[in-house]
Every structure is written in structure tokens, then in C-alpha cells.
Ligand binder design. Structure first.
Ligand SMILES: [Zn+2]
Ligand SMILES: [Zn+2]
Length: 304
């Protein structure tokens, strides 16, 4: 049985936030690497993909890199690192790039838009790696991994991805405001701590994960001023964990206003609430450079 190895290269939401106050969790925007056996998959190309590219240059030392990239959506903080993805400029490399069409425009055109005219000095066509663009319209495979997309509530829409390989399950649910699709949305407006009720397909998609990385941008006190901005509060993700029972939950898409201390306080708060609810989900805040193995705990040996 082999694992899924998940590495966070960018955990910040909305805009890169370098500096002393974000040193622990990192200031780079979303980029998550997943490995299974020798298959490589990268979710999103926020500014974190620059470091990932440099790490691969070092690791592969001129040998061809074949990988897949999948985009959750094309908001700026999820694509802004792509022009700085050094592996994309090397002819021996090849990338299959998955994303959704927007208004009949494919991911290639959408990505090249930020590299044209007044926006950037070099065009997408300068990338000499083989780039094979594909439209996400259902589950797809990368090596031994099956990747299932799921639509998440976010302005303009965003995709969650469920990665399954052997027995391991990793879910990436960044950029989501689940309260917007709660069946008891109106109740939540005046009781934010109420138990959320969702359609069964959402719970099914989110259940059985060894690791879920989920947008937890806001504290419960900030959220009421940010309703409709497309991101979750702590109460929402804690409730989701109670309902879907992942082994581990990584809070991600940290708010640019959140210092390291604030992010730590948020994960402590989430951990306390889960413990109080009797949940044994291990919760932590995702930080740049953190590598997590997603796999099922081994069953205890049979006693004859
Ligand atoms: Zn975002
Ligand atoms: Zn977004």
C-alpha cells in the first residue's frame, strides 16, 4: 500500500504576505504538491509554485519532469506564480494542465491572459516545456491517482478535488464558503454555531479522507463582515469535520491579515472545539514546507 504525500508550498489566501509576522505559516499563495509512487500532481499555481519549481530543478537535475497541474479556479492568487514556474521553460519537461472552461474560454487562454500585453514581459508561448491543456469535465487519472472534481460555492465558482490512490484519500477544498449552500442557510445567519445541513452529495464527497485541506480564512467574529466573499469560518470547518470525520484537517488559505499568532490561535480554537465534540480528527494550520503523508492507520494485527 502506498501513500499520498502532500506538501504545502503556499498556504496564504488572496495576496502574498511576506514579512516577519507570517514567517511561520508562510506568505506565498496557494500551491499544493501531491505525490503517489512516481506520479507528480500540483494543485494551483499561486506564488508558492516558484519555490516548488526551484526545488524540482534541484531534485531532477536536468532529467525530464513529467507532472500534472490542476487548477481549482483561476483567481489571481491561484495563478500568479505560473509565469515563475521555472520547470515550464525547459524543453525536456512536460505538463498536463487541467482546469475548467470559463465562458467558453479554455484554461490555456485564461492562463496566457496574465502573460500578455501590459501585464507581463514574457508570453506563455515562451514556455518551452510541452504543455498539454485539458478541460476538467469529470474524474481524471494521474498515474495511480484518481482525481474527482466537485463544485464548491465561491464567487465565480471553484473546484474541490478528491484524490484517491490505493486506500489513501486527500481532499483539497480551498476557496469555498460552505455556509452559502447549507440547507439551513437562513438559520445560520442568526445562529452561526448551529449544525449545518447539506445535500448528501457534498457530505459524500467530503467523507472518508485521511487528510482534508480546507479554506479556513476567517474567525467566527470576522466572518459576518465577509459573508459572500467566498471563504469559510472556523465554525463551518469544525462542523464539517464532525460530520465527515477526516483523520486530519489542515486549515489553509490563511487571511492576509492573519499573523502567525492569529493563525495558531485559530487552529487551537478549532482543535478545542473538535475535542469538545468528541471528534478525534487531528487539526493543524497548513504551513509552507509542511509535508504530510495521507494514509489510513494500519489495522491492529489479528490475534489468533
Ligand atoms: Zn484564493
Ligand atoms: Zn478564489
Amino acid at each position: 500500500m502506498s501513500d499520498l504525500t502532500v506538501r504545502f508550498w503556499g498556504t496564504r489566501g488572496s495576496i502574498p504576505t511576506p514579512g516577519r509576522k507570517t514567517k511561520k505559516y508562510g506568505g506565498n499563495t496557494t500551491c499544493v504538491e501531491v505525490r503517489h509512487e512516481d506520479s507528480l500532481l500540483v494543485f494551483d499555481a499561486g506564488s508558492g509554485i516558484r519555490e516548488l519549481g526551484m526545488s524540482w530543478l534541484n531534485e531532477f537535475a536536468g532529467k525530464p519532469v513529467n507532472a500534472a497541474n490542476a487548477f481549482t479556479h483561476l483567481h489571481w492568487d491561484h495563478i500568479q506564480g505560473f509565469p515563475f514556474f521555472s520547470c515550464g521553460y525547459m524543453p525536456q519537461n512536460s505538463f498536463t494542465i487541467w482546469g475548467e472552461e470559463r465562458h467558453s474560454t479554455g484554461v490555456e487562454q485564461l492562463l496566457s491572459g496574465q502573460m500578455t500585453g501590459d501585464y507581463f514581459p514574457i508570453e506563455l508561448s515562451s514556455m518551452q516545456a510541452k504543455l498539454n491543456f485539458k478541460t476538467v469535465d469529470g474524474p481524471f487519472e494521474v498515474g495511480g491517482m484518481t482525481i474527482r472534481p466537485f463544485r464548491l460555492p465561491h464567487p465565480g465558482g471553484s473546484l474541490g478535488y478528491r484524490v484517491e490512490a490505493d486506500d489513501a484519500v486527500f481532499i483539497l477544498a480551498t476557496d469555498s464558503e460552505l455556509d452559502q449552500i447549507a440547507l439551513n442557510k437562513d438559520e445560520l445567519k442568526h445562529n452561526h454555531q448551529a449544525e449545518r445541513k447539506y445535500e448528501a452529495d457534498l457530505i459524500e464527497f467530503m467523507s472518508g479522507a485521511n487528510l482534508i485541506a480546507i479554506d479556513t480564512q476567517y474567525t467566527d467574529s470576522v466572518y459576518p463582515q465577509r459573508v459572500g466573499w467566498g471563504h469559510n469560518s472556523i465554525a463551518t470547518v469544525v462542523d464539517l469535520c464532525i460530520q465527515t470525520k477526516p483523520d486530519m484537517m489542515a486549515m489553509c488559505h490563511h487571511d492576509p491579515q492573519s499573523t502567525d499568532q492569529m493563525v495558531s490561535n485559530m487552529s487551537d480554537d478549532a482543535a478545542r472545539r473538535l475535542k469538545r465534540a468528541g471528534s478525534d480528527t487531528l487539526v493543524f494550520a497548513a504551513r509552507e514546507g509542511l509535508t504530510v503523508k495521507a494514509h489510513r492507520p494500519k489495522p491492529p494485527p489479528a490475534i489468533n
